[in-house]
Write a new protein. Structure first.
Length: 391
């Protein structure tokens, strides 16, 4: 029995699973779906199943948007209607919110948000959401109908391993060797349960991730330090690709210093430099608040995420939405983080194969989460099944 690949319900379509199991859509809920022509079949299926569940879905199409493009004004306007559930079924990205970038939303506790989407999801926590940058019909069909109870168990156990953690050391056969400070940060996860306001994540689901502490270029030893060698796949400004020649990135005091390799390394460096230049330009044009241009520029080189893939149906295909969920991988993101203290115009994920990940705690103890890509978390669901067979 291979419970890792057990299906939730072979008779359910992926769209039915998303509506009934992942989002638990209920009668009367307002659903907003934004898609591109390239993703119309998936969006139509989700629309149809939301309608069948008794919800009130609205489907909007906009042209495909790249990393630094803005969403259409009509899309931002539709989000301002504050739907109960939002689906961004995008070929690449949803698109930025230029109005909020110039005049950020603020919560009562002082947090700021440069997109209406983030404000409703993480600020007000009135909306739940699914976002799928790069989703294809093939990926949708292969990776959605998994065992979500098993995934949730793995995510919860691995996420909890970050409690009281001080740092994470990541090494890999390809040459990665980097120390990631995480003291005070919370382990987050995408377990496919987006049923409560304020919850959301990708389809396909399946990762545990954390935002490293942001470094200070003037403080020696702060932030992440070491070398990352991306040897799986990478997100660039012009799309995702499987990496043919590994990209070696040196990181000092939390920020990328050098990018070495071949064609893919040049693409990555260009994307970073484009984001740096655009941030400064946007401030001059009044599209970012005064002083934010330099902050966004600096954070274009920030290490914004360390994630671990946990979807058993995912493989490395050259599409980051799926690649970052694959077993025996971890991924780092360059750019914006998930804790809101490193805003940037980019968030570029890159996959590292077969990592060893060791978490160190305040008391000096350590836990190996992955060893040469193998997950070291015992799953309670599998354990119960094994115990039942033995008894």
């Amino acid at each position: 029995m291979n419970s890792m690949k057990s299906l939730l319900n072979k008779n359910s379509t992926p769209a039915q699973t998303v509506i009934s199991t992942v989002c638990k859509i209920t009668k009367g809920e307002k659903i907003l779906i934004v898609a591109n022509p390239e993703t119309n079949l998936i969006a139509q299926d989700i629309y149809t199943e939301a309608l069948a569940a008794g919800a009130h879905p609205t489907l909007i199409f906009q042209p495909a948007k790249k990393s630094m493009d803005s969403a259409e004004p009509a899309v931002i306007g539709a989000l301002k209607s504050e739907p109960d559930v939002f689906f961004s079924i995008s070929h690449v990205k949803l698109g930025k919110d230029p109005e909020a970038a110039a005049n950020p939303y603020k919560t009562e506790d002082g947090r700021t948000f440069d997109h209406i989407f983030d404000y409703l999801l993480d600020g007000k926590k009135t909306m739940r959401a699914v976002w799928t940058p790069g989703l294809t019909k093939d990926m949708f069909d292969r990776t959605v109908n998994i065992d979500y109870a098993l995934l949730a168990d793995r995510c919860a156990k691995l996420g909890k391993k970050y409690d009281n953690a001080v740092s994470v050391h990541v090494t890999a056969p390809g040459g990665t060797d980097i120390t990631v400070p995480v003291e005070g940060r919370k382990g987050l996860f995408d377990d496919g349960d987006f049923s409560k306001p304020g919850s959301g994540g990708n389809i396909p689901a399946g990762e545990v991730f954390i935002s490293p502490i942001v470094g200070d270029p003037k403080v020696e030893g702060s932030g992440c330090n070491g070398t990352i060698v991306f040897d799986g796949s990478m997100t660039f400004g012009d799309g995702d690709s499987i990496i043919k020649t590994p990209i070696e990135v040196t990181v000092k005091n939390g920020f990328v210093q050098t990018v070495k390799g071949a064609e893919e390394a040049a693409r990555l460096l260009k994307t970073i430099e484009d984001a740096e230049a655009k941030a400064v330009k946007m401030e001059k044009e009044g599209k970012l608040p005064a002083g934010q241009g330099e902050i966004y520029k600096r954070n274009a080189r920030n290490i914004g995420e360390l994630g671990i893939g946990l979807n058993p149906a995912a493989t490395i295909t050259g599409n980051m939405l799926e690649d970052e969920k694959a077993f025996k991988t971890c991924h780092f993101a360059i750019g914006q983080n998930y804790d809101g203290d490193a805003p940037s115009l980019i968030h570029l994920d890159g996959v590292v194969r077969n990592p060893t990940i060791v978490i160190t705690y305040k008391d000096g103890s350590a836990f190996t989460a992955l060893e040469n890509g193998e997950l070291k978390i015992q799953n309670s669901i599998i354990k119960k099944a094994i115990d039942a067979i033995k008894s």
